[in-house]
Design a protein. Structure first.
Ligand code: IPE
Ligand code: IPE
Ligand code: MG
Length: 231
């Protein structure tokens, strides 16, 4: 099938690293490492096809409930990713941005995040938005608290959006890997009209072919936004 349109904003719930590892008889940590390679492929795809916003759900506010060694593996992996990808981000003009709460994130990691955000802030080809220590309810509550602090009353939907963690356009397409039919506290406000695509493919197996399949499905969607077709 021919692809005629690409989403402006692609969001992905990268799920299934643990199941992938289990299937191969490996430790969950290795599933997460393999998952980082899928991130590279998806990012490359977005650069190549001019998809200007990519949001990846990497660590949720609920993921702190995992065993301590897994949490620490995920923190270390993100730190490693930041260090390894710096060059590529500058070369491909990728702007790096992290959405989430800053509390509980190890200080060293938080510093590296801020450093890379600063270094890449003028890169204008694509924005890579990593949802890390992210929860959508937390984001909404944080927004409400800032609104109260500012003494605002009677705000509009547009005003409200400005208080969220970023001002990126809403995702056009939301992909979830590994077959789970749920949102897991991701972008509740922003996905009001996103097209959903859920695949059984596990995140470490998600490659260029798999993204093509998702985008092909997106090309067949009739986005009506509450209106009627062909008036
Ligand atoms: C996604 O894979 C990665 C994170 C949530 C950090 P999982 O670790 O959730 O993998 P499964 O769902 O256990 O297979
Ligand atoms: C969602 O995956 C969070 C991320 C992908 C970072 P989970 O594996 O944490 O979600 P649940 O627990 O299956 O809902
Ligand atoms: Mg999971």
């Amino acid at each position: 099938m021919e692809i005629t349109k690409y989403p402006e904003h692609l969001a992905i719930i990268m799920d299934g690293n643990g199941r992938w590892a289990k299937k191969q008889g490996l430790l969950r940590a290795l599933g997460h490492e393999k998952g980082a390679q899928s991130v590279r492929q998806v990012l490359e795809y977005c650069v190549e096809h001019h998809i200007p916003y990519l949001t990846l759900y990497a660590f949720s506010t609920e993921n702190w409930n995992r065993p301590q060694d897994e949490v620490s593996t995920l923190m270390k992996l993100f730190l490693k990713y930041i260090k390894n990808e710096r060059k590529n981000m500058m070369k491909n003009k990728i702007r790096f941005f992290v959405s989430g709460r800053k509390n509980n994130v190890p200080e060293k990691l938080q510093k590296e995040i801020e450093k890379l955000e600063e270094e890449t802030k003028n890169n204008d080809k694509i924005t890579l938005n990593i949802a890390f220590n992210y929860g959508s309810r937390a984001e909404i509550v944080d927004a409400v608290n800032r609104i109260i602090k500012d003494g605002k009353e009677n705000i509009t939907e547009e005003d409200f959006s400005k208080y969220l963690y970023n001002d990126f356009p809403d995702p056009d397409l939301l992909i979830r890997t590994s077959g789970e039919m749920r949102i897991s506290n991701f972008l509740l406000w922003q996905i009001a009209y996103s097209e959903l695509y859920i695949t059984d493919t596990l995140w470490p197996d998600f490659d260029e072919k798999e993204i093509d399949k998702a985008i092909e499905s997106y090309n067949q969607r009739d986005r009506r936004f509450g209106g009627v077709k062909n008036v």
